[in-house]
Design a protein around this ligand. Structure first.
Ligand code: ZN
Length: 582
């Protein structure tokens, strides 16, 4: 391809509204163009990179036994009503009515395709002989994103690979899941991404049933809890806290319980400021409603409740923070003054609460707190109501090895999940087993955000000059930069190299613009082609070409004679090591 024949609108300045490197660089390198908030055109270079990511995903899905199909983005709302997800998605589900002849038809743009695929399988799969099967597609998905931002990382329209496995047993599902998990590892390795597979919320199957594939990046919106010592990794919802530092011995205080005035001051920060104490000396009391029954949760003032852990500890199916009305009813005080002393609903406590002596707590009375509150004397929590109920923090003990945990920002690029029978139950996907018993099909679902592969890659592989593409996803592997396009011998050498490399199956772009070398080199570094070949100047007179890898600082010379074969060989070698650029 010749530069002058394609469309590569590079930019010198940082575009307005672009906050993070991947967004800035994708715009500046001419990979994408914003059409409106959260909607981008992939320009020729961006589209080539995206298609390469897609091809790797497809290749590995096929290798893992997945079968590709294609479902419509436009779906009937009735499918979403049957599973209750019209309501569960709420405003995220883009849906609208259109007129067809005299009828009004209610449609939704699929944010995911469990409903469509399960309905399909319920129609055509009826026997255990047809199972297991894993079906997948690569398709545009739609979510009404409240705050589209960070370029292609958070958009209302995005390209997803979504796969769904259908099995006859939990054991068979585990095998399908493991195949997908292994395929995901190969995909991200081939793309040159450094990722972590982190434990995530397990859902209905329980156990080790869900993993998120995360790329560690400072601008990532997710937080991963990671143990550098043993490799334990989990997302914030899921991460357990080891017993080594938590659950410390019960502290006994000596202060007397005293009611103090805290007028119009209800938050932890305000109270600690007013009373001159640290948040860690306070015990906060949160009122939840678990399966329609109120309960109180005690946490150290500087800790955050983890609702997933709380729901599991309490054994509730539905759990939410109580409304102000419920809080006022159970505490007899306005919101902000709840405390454990004298509270008559069940009390649960995070393990760390036991170590807080002479605590400051709400007094269940407007504008009042207690100081000197002590567990066991002023309020009690049953021994089996102590649990790990908070989010892990940096420095907490690893649940596996006891060393300190670290918190890292990350971008989620993939997710594998054991679904169970939620959709097959709702949509009647059943099979006859080998004893002619009718049973429900057990499902798993597996997603990869293709756009996010590009964004997270650029987020983690760039320098001050621009993107540093790995071979696997680079829009073009080799850039040919003739120094003076008006010079006949220069262009002749460049054209010949272009044709020979193309014939050898190498992705080549020939920068045939009549531009100064400085302009060409700047653009080459900004876009980040892995191998730059300079043709012209003194080197060419000496029968040589100057070549430079994007990730190396100095160029080297190779003979013009036989250059195409030598370059092709270099490219093939570089393709075999996805992480060369690091
Ligand atoms: Zn560890």
């Amino acid at each position: 391809m010749r530069w002058s024949q394609t469309l590569i609108p590079t930019m010198k300045e940082t575009p307005e509204g672009a906050e993070i490197p991947s967004h800035v660089l994708m715009l500046r390198a001419g990979l994408i163009q914003q059409v409106m908030a959260g909607a981008y055109t992939y320009l020729p270079l961006g589209w080539r990179a995206l298609r390469k990511a897609e091809a790797i995903v497809r290749d590995e899905m096929d290798r893992a036994g997945g079968v590709e199909l294609h479902m419509p983005a436009l779906t009937p709302i009735t499918l979403w009503e049957r599973t209750g997800r019209k309501e569960a998605f709420g405003s995220v589900l883009i849906n609208f009515k259109v007129r067809r002849a005299n009828r009004e038809i209610h449609l939704a743009l699929g944010p995911t395709h469990e409903e469509v695929i399960t309905d399909l399988v319920s129609r055509f799969v009826s026997s255990y002989r047809q199972l297991p099967i894993t079906l997948y597609q690569i398709q545009t998905k739609f979510r009404n994103e409240e705050r589209p931002r960070f370029g292609v990382l958070r958009t209302s329209e995005f390209l997803m690979k979504d796969a769904y496995s259908f099995d006859t047993s939990v054991e068979s599902l585990a095998a399908s899941y493991d195949r997908m998990y292994a395929a995901y590892c190969r995909i991200f390795e081939r793309c040159g991404l450094e990722y972590l597979a982190v434990e995530a919320e397990s859902g209905p199957i329980g156990g080790d049933a869900s993993h998120e594939f995360m790329v560690l990046a400072d601008n990532g919106e997710d937080v991963v809890v990671h143990c550098p010592a043993c490799g334990y990794a989990a997302n914030l919802e899921r991460a357990e806290i080891g017993a080594a530092k938590s659950g410390a011995a019960k502290a006994i205080g000596s202060a007397t319980l005293q009611k103090v005035d805290t007028p119009k001051v209800g938050s932890i920060e305000q109270v600690s400021k007013l009373l001159g104490c640290q948040p860690a000396q306070m015990i906060k009391t949160l009122i939840y409603v678990a399966d329609d029954k109120p309960l109180a949760v005690l946490l150290r003032g500087d800790h955050d409740a983890n609702e997933g852990k709380l729901r599991r500890a309490v054994g509730a199916t539905k759990l939410e923070l109580a409304s102000p009305a419920v809080i006022e009813q159970v505490t007899k005080a306005p919101v902000g003054f709840a405390g454990p002393v004298g509270l008559s609903i069940p009390l649960w406590a995070d393990r760390d609460v036991a170590a807080v002596a002479d605590a400051v707590v709400g007094a269940n009375e407007a504008d009042k707190h207690y100081t000197g509150a002590n567990l066991g004397r002023d309020f009690t929590v049953a021994a089996d109501h102590f649990a790990d109920l908070r989010n892990a923090g940096a420095g907490d003990a690893c649940p596996r090895c006891g060393q300190s945990l670290a918190l890292r920002h990350a971008i989620e690029v993939g997710h594998v999940f054991k679904l169970g029978t939620k959709y097959s139950d709702a949509l009647g996907a059943k099979f006859l087993d080998d004893t002619e018993q009718q049973r429900t099909i057990i499902m798993g679902c597996y997603g990869i955000g293709i756009n996010r592969i590009l964004a997270s890659l650029i987020e983690t592989r760039h320098d001050e000059q621009g993107i540093v593409w790995p071979m696997a996803l680079a829009p073009y592997e080799v850039l040919l930069a003739p120094l003076n396009v008006a010079q006949e011998d220069v262009m002749q050498a460049a054209e010949q190299l272009h044709d020979e490399l193309t014939a050898a199956g190498i992705d080549v772009l020939l920068d045939d613009r009549d531009q100064r070398a400085g302009v060409k080199f700047k653009d080459a570094d900004l876009i980040g082609f892995p191998l730059r070949v300079v043709i012209g100047g003194r080197s060419l007179k000496e029968g040589k070409l100057e070549i430079k890898w994007r990730w190396e600082s100095e160029p080297t010379l190779i003979p013009l004679e036989g250059a195409a074969a030598a370059l092709a060989e270099l490219v093939r070698k570089a393709r075999e090591t996805p992480n060369t650029a690091k």
